[in-house]
Design a protein around this ligand. Structure first.
Ligand SMILES: [Zn+2]
Ligand SMILES: [Zn+2]
Length: 819
């Protein structure tokens, strides 16, 4: 189709506001729509809106999105644009609508024109929950798709998970093996139909089907596999279920024996297990569901939502031991609606994998990898090309916060505040890895990939990069990576640079990336203060960072202050065994001799010889890196009050310590702490025995004096005194959280005095702690700070890749402007 050049660009046609007679005169407009507008039923919607209004013209997909020309009375065209803006198709994300005036052509009728050439890629939609129209048909005995588990339309169903390559057409999806029957084909070709160009369109005659296998992978004949699975679950068996974007392991969440057996077989000791419940009402009987939580549960993305437990919930205590939350999601695939029909009880629906491995993708793979875990397999023959874990989110201060970004969100792009001159790949950190690709201002954050120490996750990491590169047609010229030389992702970046001359790599400090990630999500491109609080990150000075007060711009940062260091005997071993971290903090707070007088909480379980060994390691700095992560302080506190002794998953002691506060009010009085100059601060191992008086020492102001330290040792001493005075754990936990909030507030105030900046970004895994944020954020705001936090991107390491990408983009941008 030839597209004539427009005469001029105008946001609105002046004739629209002219005399009444002008409204009847035909005008012609060209309308450009950008965003996620392909493969989401956009053209049928345009077709319907145009024909309803008697407008002539055409619509087509092209490289930039959707292009429309409309001819008719100006007022009706305005109404068309307004309606499209207000009510786009459910899966569409419109980022821009641009109108131009073009000469009227006098053509009658409205067409959906063939796609124009150019770049093949449009934005790929995430995989979405079944829509209300399909759900109605699913449960309608008169519908030809009654109880068909793979019902979908342009407004719902699989997308990212089934795409093999672009353009997004059926032969390029895992539906290519299924030939549509005549009624399905008719729907597919009818622009007025909800299934017009719905690539996964299918029905019981022509589409995928369920199958059941026993524990050994042998097919089981069953007239009604859904019913067989429901019965198996109710009788306490563990069932592997292939869903929309991967496998789940399901078990009755009320059944102790079933949950215990699932934990044993899956090798997952402690971490909370996600559940699916039939309805919001079923969730609300077991957990606290406010309006914001309800909206999040029912959103099309259908994340797992963390919800405060109801004490009288009829669920096994083994579902989420020592966590303040239950993780619930609602059914999202049509199959789930069938499984949970009626008032079917809540089921564990945990990712179908062994701990730390990626979720299973294919039937054969699942039968092999889940052998010995599942008693029964409910599978289907629609292949999953890309697996996505369920997303996890919570409501924090009334707004959703992503904790794991996966199904429903990936690979929807975020908008960077600046345009990158070159395409970028950011490879993320080691744990909770996700990657990010940038083209222009679009940042595509991948789904959660996982822990790259795991070989399967590392393979999945490379496959995800390849897939995103292909789908988004991005050939990175720059790779941004963490500074840690040992990370798998860093080594990947260095290897890529070595193999491809011209490919440039940019190292980005971990906590700068955290803060830049919040800045990217909030559209900040100037300077701000950053509080980056997490467990561990590689510091450029050879120490382990994680309690950082930064002055940050997208391209650069300065470390203003940090939490006090402690030397962690054994390094990583002190993370797995937080008793070591607790001892390190105790020694730091009291000195080694006096520490022996304060063996509180779980520290009592450490033998005298262990303590001697650790003290020796600390004083000699033998395999005892010095670290200032707030996460380690949480670990130590949790041990010292007797809540935790091990960390079987990342952040476990902190989760348990937060839970220990229970319903204790937020107004607990804080412990003491101090802000001191770096030069006067006692470094770990610098205690000299004898009369140890505190965490500071007198030393003449040195030339090296720079920055300041939040001395947490008064806090440790106060907490230990409370334990020794027999105060209850809930009070101590509440006081601890209040102290951390006070410390961070004081740090922000000092940072503002130093820099004049009152914008403060909060990032790092510690800000998943609701009790902390609930106290800190309002305190900052009442002191006149503008507080920026994550929403759609996780505050933990899942958000690092976006920050790396933004830092690299900002550096490239600055170089370009300077040259
Ligand atoms: Zn639908
Ligand atoms: Zn069919």
């Amino acid at each position: 189709m030839s597209v004539p050049k427009p005469k001029k660009a105008l946001a609105t046609d002046p004739s629209a506001s002219g005399p009444a007679s002008a409204s009847a005169a035909a005008v012609r407009r060209r309308i450009r729509i950008r965003g996620i507008v392909q493969g989401v039923g956009f053209r049928p919607t345009v077709y319907r809106l145009a024909t309803e209004r008697g407008l002539a013209g055409w619509v087509l997909n092209d490289a930039e999105g959707v292009l429309i020309e409309l001819e008719g009375p100006a007022a009706r065209i305005d109404d068309f644009v307004q309606t499209l803006r207000d009510h786009p198709p459910p899966l569409a994300r419109i980022t821009a609508i641009e109108c131009e005036v073009v000469p009227p052509l006098g053509q009658p009728g409205f067409d959906i024109a063939a796609s124009a050439g150019g770049r093949k890629s449009a934005l790929v939609s995430p995989d979405m929950a079944v829509c209300p129209d399909c759900l109605r048909e699913l449960l309608d005995p008169a519908d030809r798709r009654f109880r068909y588990p793979f019902i979908n339309c342009t407004n719902c169903g699989p997308r990212y998970s089934i795409i093999l390559d672009i353009p997004y057409d059926r032969p390029q999806t895992t539906m290519r093996g299924f030939t549509m029957c005549p009624p399905c084909q008719t729907e597919y070709e009818n622009p007025a139909d909800r299934r017009f160009h719905a690539q996964p369109n299918a029905c019981p005659v022509c589409g995928p089907a369920l199958a059941l296998h026993d524990a050994d992978g042998r097919p089981l004949a069953s007239a009604d596999p859904v019913r067989a699975v429901r019965e198996a679950l109710l009788s306490g068996r563990i069932v592997a279920i292939k869903g929309l974007t991967g496998f789940h392991l399901a078990a009755d969440a009320r059944n102790d024996a079933a949950v215990r057996e699932l934990r044993r077989r899956k090798g997952r000791d402690q971490k909370a297990l996600a559940m699916m419940a039939a309805s919001v009402e079923a969730v609300a009987r077991r957990a606290l569901v406010g309006e914001a939580e309800r909206r999040l549960l029912e959103s099309r993305e259908r994340p797992i939502v963390l919800l405060a437990k109801r004490p009288d919930a009829d669920l096994s205590p083994l579902v989420a031991p020592r966590s303040p939350y239950f993780g619930f999601m609602l059914p999202y695939a049509p199959l789930h609606y069938l499984l949970f029909e009626g008032d079917f009880p809540p089921m564990i629906m945990t990712s179908g994998n062994l701990s730390e491995e990626p979720i299973c993708r294919e039937d054969d793979e699942a039968l092999q990898r889940l052998a010995g875990i599942a008693d029964l397999y409910l599978v289907h023959n629609r292949p999953i090309q890309t697996v996505c874990d369920d997303s996890v989110a919570m409501v924090q201060r009334g707004r959703p916060l992503a904790l794991r970004r996966g199904r429903g969100y990936a690979p929807r792009p975020l908008a960077l505040p600046i345009e990158s001159p070159q395409p970028i790949l950011a490879v993320g950190p080691e744990l909770k890895n996700a990657v990010c690709l940038v083209r222009g201002t679009q940042a595509f954050v991948s789904q959660h990939i996982g822990d790259l120490k795991n070989a399967l996750a590392a393979t999945y990491f490379e496959a995800t990069i390849e897939k995103l590169r292909r789908l988004m047609e991005i050939a990175p010229a720059v790779i941004a990576h963490d500074l840690h030389p040992g990370y798998f992702s860093t080594r990947y970046a260095r290897r890529a640079a070595a193999e491809h001359s011209g490919l440039r790599i940019v190292g980005v400090q971990h906590h700068h990336a955290h803060i830049a990630s919040v800045m990217a999500e909030n559209g900040l491109d100037g300077d701000c203060l950053g509080l980056a609080m997490d467990g561990t990150g590689y510091g450029p000075d050879g120490t382990v960072w994680g309690g950082e007060v930064l002055r940050a711009s997208p391209a650069d940062f300065e470390r203003l202050g940090h939490l006090a260091y402690a030397a962690l005997p054994g390094g990583d071993a002190a993370i797995e065994h937080p008793v070591r971290a607790a001892w390190a903090f105790l020694v730091q707070a009291f000195g080694p001799q006096e520490a022996e007088q304060h063996l509180v909480g779980r520290l009592a379980s450490a033998s005298a010889s262990d303590r001697r060994l650790w003290t020796d390691m600390i004083s000699r700095r033998a395999n005892s890196p010095i670290a200032c992560g707030l996460g380690r302080l949480f670990d130590a506190a949790s041990v010292l009050v007797g809540v935790s002794s091990e960390s079987s998953y990342e952040g476990q002691p902190a989760v348990e310590f937060e839970a220990a506060a229970g319903s204790e009010l937020d107004d607990a009085p804080p412990y003491k702490f101090a802000l001191v100059d770096e030069a006067s601060h006692l470094a770990p191992g610098e205690y000299t025995g004898g009369a140890y008086t505190g965490g500071t020492k007198s030393r003449a102001a040195s030339d090296h004096a720079q920055g300041w330290v939040i001395d947490t040792m008064p806090l440790v001493r106060g907490l230990v005194a409370d334990v020794e005075a027999g105060r209850d754990v809930a009070t101590i936990s509440a006081r601890f959280h209040a102290t951390v909030a006070e410390m961070l507030l004081a740090a922000a105030v000092r940072g503002r005095r130093q820099t004049g900046l009152s914008r403060v970004a909060l990032a790092g895994g510690c800000f998943a702690n609701d009790r902390l944020v609930r106290r800190l954020a309002p305190a900052l705001e009442s002191q006149g700070f503008e507080v920026y936090v994550h929403r759609e991107v996780p505050p933990g390491d899942g958000g690092v890749a976006l920050g790396q990408a933004y830092v690299a983009a900002a550096q490239l941008h600055a170089e370009k402007s300077n040259s």
